[in-house]
Every structure is written in C-alpha cells, then in structure tokens.
Design a protein around this ligand. Structure first.
Ligand SMILES: NC(=O)c1ccc[n+]([C@@H]2O[C@H](COP(=O)([O-])OP(=O)(O)OC[C@H]3O[C@@H](n4cnc5c(N)ncnc54)[C@H](OP(=O)(O)O)[C@@H]3O)[C@@H](O)[C@H]2O)c1
Length: 257
C-alpha cells in the first residue's frame, strides 16, 4: 500500500508547500479545501508535477458527516492514511474584545479545535488499523504569546496544543504519533501588506532577524510526519526565527533616542 497524507488548507501558502513536500517524497496526497475547484486543481498539479496520485476534496467546516465521507472515500480507494497535516485555520482576524460576537468567537474555536478533532479522530481510526501513523498540527506561537484583537485565535491555538498532547497520550499505544509545529510569522501576502508594520520591527524581535519561508514550515511538518521523528510524540517544534524566546525588542543603536 502506498504511503499517503491528507493536508487541510492545502490550496495556498503553507499548506500547499506542505502538500508539495510530501508529494516530492513520494506520498500520495489528499488535498482539502473549502473550494472543491481549488482542491481539484492543486491535486492535478501535484499529480502532473510529481507523478504521484492526488485527489482534492471540498470540505464543510465543523461537519462530522462530511469528514467521515472524505475518510470513507480514501478507504474505498484502498488507502489507510499514514499522515494527517492539519494546516487550515480560521484566523479570527480583527475580533475586538468588547465587540466580537460569541458566534464569531465560537466559529474560530469550532474550526481550529472541533473540526481538527473530527479529522484527527477519523485519521486515527485508519492509522490504528494500519498499525501506526502521524498527526501533525500546524499550530502557532500565539498558543503562548498573544497578538492584538485575536482572542479566539490565541485561545484556539492554545487549546489545540493541549488537544495535541492529550491525543499523543491516548494514541501512543497504537503507534500513532501526534506533534505540533509552531510557526511565528510566515512570509505570506498578509506579511507583505502587514498593517502593524512588523516588517520594520523584524530585526528587533527575532534573533535570526528573519521570519519563516513556507519551506521552513513544510520541512518541520515533514520531520514530524515522517519516520525521521519516529520517537517523538506530544512534542512541539517552534519555527519562528527565535521570536518566542525574546522578551523585549532590541533597538539598534542608530535608532535609539
Ligand atoms: N501566516 C502566518 O504568519 C502564521 C503564523 C503562525 C501560525 N500560522 C498557522 O499556519 C497555518 C498556515 O498559515 P498560512 O498563513 O499559510 O495559511 P492561510 O493561507 O491563512 O490559511 C490556510 C488555509 O486555511 C483555510 N482557511 C482560511 N480561513 C478559514 C476558515 N475561516 N475556516 C476554515 N478554513 C479556513 C484556507 O484554505 P481553503 O480556502 O482552501 O479552505 C487557507 O488556505 C495556519 O494554521 C496558521 O494558523 C500562520
């Protein structure tokens, strides 16, 4: 049976590069997106570029029957999944504390924790049957350190980290490993157009004076997803240029008053 991976949020940015990394390594790839059209297009691109089998799925967020449908389809094609990479996230941007509705807050939590739980559980059923597997959460250093107007996002990422550890404990006896990659900032379009002017402050906040490329996160996901990390479970790998360990900004001498 060929090795296979399912990647959520795989039609753009980090998720797409993660899907490409596994395809390059010879994995068959299942691509999930809220857009069936985009998922199918990326699957076709992966097949044509890497000569592997790929299939796209349109996903309904926080719908367990929909998740079961996808995993049943994967099984019906003769696969039991080896790896699940949970990259999609509701970013919960500009949720001002006093005005955010409870519904909007819960949508973020339901996606980043509840939906990921549904996906992980279905994946774990196949992995248990197969005798092992790997579940990789693309989390965030906001699980530990907050950013403004992102209360639900920060809470959901911290919650997802706790969920990762609990799953690692429950699933270890089935040789299913569960780990998390914690990016800081990644070079997406959002970064290019960042209205908090983070770009200007970059060297003041990150010891390595740079943030992550998509490939940095994809390599970390590959580490946890593959046998390279066969003895790691319940673990975190922070990939943030050192952003998380720096307590206060270091202002270059020529910019001090
Ligand atoms: N970018 C950063 O600086 C940064 C920093 C720390 C952590 N992270 C984490 O790294 C992962 C990837 O980040 P990224 O910036 O590369 O990804 P992104 O493009 O912002 O989002 C990843 C995918 O999530 C899906 N998505 C977006 N909004 C959603 C919603 N409301 N509900 C469900 N799915 C939604 C989209 O896929 P479809 O449209 O195909 O459904 C999207 O392509 C995320 O888990 C993010 O939390 C990112």
């Amino acid at each position: 049976m060929k090795q296979s991976v399912l990647v959520t949020g795989a039609t753009a940015n980090t998720g797409k590069v993660i899907a490409e990394k596994f395809a390059k390594e010879g994995y068959d790839v299942f691509v999930c997106s809220r857009s069936g059209e985009k998922a199918a297009a990326v699957a076709e691109e992966l097949q044509n570029t890497y000569g592997i089998f790929a299939k796209g799925y349109e996903t309904k967020i926080f719908d367990e029957n929909d998740v079961i449908r996808i995993f049943d389809d994967i099984r019906s094609m003769g696969y039991l999944l080896d790896c699940l990479v949970l990259c999609a996230a509701n970013l919960g941007i500009r949720q001002e504390f006093f005005s955010v509705s409870v519904n909007a807050f819960m949508e973020v939590v339901n996606t980043n924790i509840g939906w990921n739980f549904m996906l992980a559980r279905q994946a774990a059923m196949q992995m248990k049957e197969k005798g092992g597997g790997s579940i990789v959460f693309i989390n965030s250093n906001t699980a530990y350190r907050a950013i403004p107007d992102r209360v639900a996002y920060s809470a959901s990422k911290a919650g997802a980290l706790g969920m990762m550890r609990a799953m690692a404990l429950d699933l270890g006896k089935y040789h299913i490993r569960v780990n998390a990659v914690l990016p800081g900032m990644i070079k997406t379009d959002r970064w290019e157009n960042n209205d908090n002017n983070c770009r200007q402050a970059l060297s003041n906040y990150t010891p390595l004076q740079d943030i992550a490329d998509f490939e940095d996160i994809a390599n970390a996901a590959w580490y946890f997803g593959s046998e390279l990390s066969k003895n790691a479970t319940g673990a975190e790998l922070t990939v943030d240029g050192g952003n998380m360990i720096q307590l206060y900004p270091v202002i270059p001498e020529n910019r001090r008053n």
